[in-house]
Ligand binder design. Structure first.
Ligand code: HEC
Ligand code: HEC
Length: 225
């Protein structure tokens, strides 16, 4: 008797689950699914404030120490905006450039998840550009060092979302070096909620010297993913 009741309950909860699934799919189709990427057209109106530092097409600006955004994956750009917004990046003592960027990320027009998706979709429409190398290093020695990095950043430094490791190929070399210094010095990857950053901070010990940083970045300069 008891068993019988249970079975009936199972059946009815199963059909409730199905009903939910059908509704969710229906809603998704009706409202271009919440999981879908943002609207680049809307994102365009959020970008002008970024131009002074990152360039009109996200090409970066060395004088402002602002990195290239073009060619970076959307999931990573969004994650960094969230970290800046949450105070998990750009709040460490002495991190002047991080603080500048954190102030920008906290603009009220970027306070929603949808706004970030739209902005990132617009950045995703920028053409990839080549960055002139500025770092001198021993790329061969860097290749050996890079073997440790590949697990999270990809063999060709193309990035690995499952490991939260960003694309490094195509990024300005001076920016990569500056970020390695920040991880080493505890100015990135210091916050409890920044799991990826904490992992990277642990890894930065393997390239702690200026020579090692320059060598591994010289190798990354040679990669085109
Ligand atoms: C006042 C200059 C300035 C403005 C304006 C600015 N940024 Fe930045 N941004 C920076 C700097 C400098 C950094 C590098 C921070 C660091 O060294 O850690 C940065 C870093 C970033 C990063 C992290 C990239 C990475 O690879 O880690 C993202 C994403 C970003 N900016 C997006 C934006 C967007 C989107 C806007 C416009 C809403 C914007 N920024 C406006 C200066 C600026
Ligand atoms: C265990 C995984 C892991 C390994 C191994 C690893 N990284 Fe990272 N790295 C990450 C993650 C995750 C991030 C992004 C952190 C965040 O979200 O703030 C990152 C970020 C970076 C950044 C900042 C990029 C940007 O656009 O801001 C650089 C540079 C970098 N890693 C270089 C390296 C180098 C060089 C090595 C090898 C010596 C290495 N990483 C090894 C996980 C790893």
């Amino acid at each position: 008797m008891y068993r019988h009741t249970l079975r009936i309950m199972d059946d009815s909860s199963l059909s409730k689950v199905w009903l939910l699934v059908v509704c969710a799919v229906g809603l998704c189709l009706a409202s271009t699914c919440a999981l879908a990427a943002g609207d680049a057209g809307k994102g365009r109106s959020l970008y002008p404030v970024c131009t002074a530092c990152h360039g009109a097409k996200g090409e970066g600006n060395a004088a402002m120490k602002a990195p290239k955004l073009a060619g970076q994956t959307g999931w990573y750009l969004k994650r960094q905006m969230e970290l800046f917004q949450q105070g998990a990046r750009g709040t460490a003592a002495g991190d002047m450039t991080g603080m500048q960027m954190a102030a920008m990320a906290k603009g009220p027009q970027l306070a929603s998840d949808a706004a970030l998706d739209d902005l990132v979709a617009y950045i995703g429409s920028f053409p990839e550009t080549q960055q002139a190398p500025t770092i001198q290093g021993d790329a061969e020695a860097g290749a050996t060092l890079y073997a440790t990095c590949a697990a999270c950043h990809g063999k060709r430094a193309e990035g690995n979302e499952a490991m939260a490791g960003p694309r490094l190929a195509g990024q300005s070399d001076w920016y990569l070096v500056a970020q390695l210094q920040k991880f080493r010095d505890g100015q990135r990857g210091y916050h409890n909620s920044d799991h990826g950053g904490r992992q990277m901070r642990a890894m930065s010990g393997t390239v702690a010297t200026e020579a090692a940083m320059h060598n591994v970045v010289a190798y990354i300069n040679s990669l085109t993913d």
